[in-house]
Write a protein that binds this ligand. Sequence first.
Ligand code: UP5
Ligand code: MG
Length: 190
Amino acid sequence: ADLRQGDAVFVLGGPGSGKGTQCALLAARHGIAHFSAGDLLRDEVASGSEAGAAIGALIAEGQIVPAQTTIDLLKKAMASRQGPHLIDGFPRSIDNAALYEEQLGVARCALFFDVDLPALDRRLLLRGETSGRTDDNLAVIRKRFATFARTSMPVLAHLERSMAVHRIDGAADIEIVFTAAERALRLGPW
Ligand code: UP5
Ligand code: MG
């Protein structure tokens, strides 16, 4: 692996684009630590804390949780593992990215999984049959797409000013996408 200790890699893409799937594979096959911002937020909701209740309400509306809340959860989780760190599903806004940079520095690079909306829709509705996620239903999926288009897509141009953003065709088969992700991270051979 050519990734250095301590390096953070942002793993981005629309709702259902395969961020979690690809990070799990990178973790299993290359031993890279995986931190899902969404999972950390859902864990906080499940804990029943007061902060968790506020987070749960935002997730159920497809809205973005305040940057400091997410960054505090990421910091706590990442402190328990040596880098490199795959940060899945964060930053989702320019505000998220700016606060992270202020407190944790510039990430090494970003991966962006590009998938068309109809395919994302199909994946999320299918997963919604079993996921138990409060946001995997038609009404909230629409809201997640709107937030993604309006607030999360602009973060790519922002990140490109300070790091490489690798755009990967995420509509292909899982193993094909994985090879492209390995290639972007220089985790050969292929
Ligand atoms: N699948 C995966 N890859 C496939 C492929 N190549 N071909 C066919 N199918 C494929 O995959 C989704 C589904 O597609 C699965 O069933 C999978 O098998 C299949 P997954 O890997 O889970 O995609 P992922 O991109 O991780 O989808 P996820 O739903 O997790 O994305 P979101 O970005 O919507 O969810 P996240 O958990 O990151 O965030 C949820 C909410 O939390 C946000 O809406 C927001 O309210 C909040 N949030 C914040 O506020 N701040 C944050 O920083 C993070 C989250
Ligand atoms: Mg995910």
